[in-house]
Design a protein. Sequence first.
Length: 408
Amino acid sequence: MEKEKLIKKIKSLPLSPGVYMFKDKGGNILYIGKARYLKKRVSSYFRRFLNSKTQALVAKIDDIDYIVTPSQGAALIKEAALIKEHLPPYNTAFRDDKSYPFICLAKEEFPRIFICRNPHKLKEGERGYLRIFGPYTNAGLLRQALGSLRAIFPFASCRGKPKKPCLYYRIHLCPGHCINQISPDGYQENIKDIIMFLEGRSDDLISRLSGRMQEKAKAQAFEEAAKIRNQIKALESIMPSGALENILGIKRKIRRIEAFDVSNIFGAEAAASLVSFYDGGPDKNNYRRFRIKTVSGIDDYRMLREAIQRRYQRLVRENLPLPDLIVIDGGRGQLSEAKKELDSLKINIPLISIAKEKEEIYTLNRKNPIRLKPDSPALQVIQRVRDEAHRFAVSYHHVLRRKKIIGK
């Protein structure tokens, strides 16, 4: 990638927590890191006064990829899983330094899960570990992330089986194995779920839980099925793209979503907005406003088409990445007009619209709209993106009206 394009990509990074990956010309990952603010952290590598090792890394960077996460803790877990998977050469010192904290699963009938340091320095005769995850770079963030995971999949902190339940059981963070509230097999299922999450296999975990929920429902174990359903919802609220893909029948992984909305009063001071979300979070550096230029009078369809044309004509011309999903505020009519404009640009991007009155989702491959429950994580993601597009469009419309009034 040319230096100018690389700098432009860095400027477009979101001010969100996440994981970044530096790649060489061959697409190989050189280094993986986490950040509280992706844009600020990645930008820091391209300033002066770097040490020699960092300079050598920066000289080899040809491309940058990133994953937005809902929190720094989630970024920490994701970073460690990706490092273990890809073994980037510039993460070698990090992997070999045993002073960092790890997540350890004790090798017991009911494995405890806890944070430890130097887990590889066990003395002969000491208890071993079922699994070790890490290292992680920040113990405070690690405790935060493990606490969130424990709220979804309760696990034990005590050695063996105490005579009475602990505080964690009372606040629903331990399944109560000490008072036989869970069987060894049931507890092991929890451990397998936790391991999948720590390995970064969230989509596989959701599929596994969905299958288990269906089995419980068929067996009329409705209380257990409901519990698993709640676990799925909790996971999907952290990473809801998998739910969107399944419901909408989209084969590609949805990471970037862009949404359009049009705002005008009887055709006056018409404006359109575009908001962009990446891995579930707003990417405000990629928000755009369009003052409508080619449409006079009241014609929301043509206004929408103008905004779509201006947005994606530019992305294609500048060879910038296209979104994985476009959301239109409106019903079947708005969806059809948006599709016509994309076809005229010879662009194929998954496209949906959502109508406010009944919150129905329209797709191109279904005759009838999709109706999701109000608590559906997939619906909530779409609503959040749509509402942000509407807010952004209305705010720009107000700016234009104020300018017109002042101008008079």
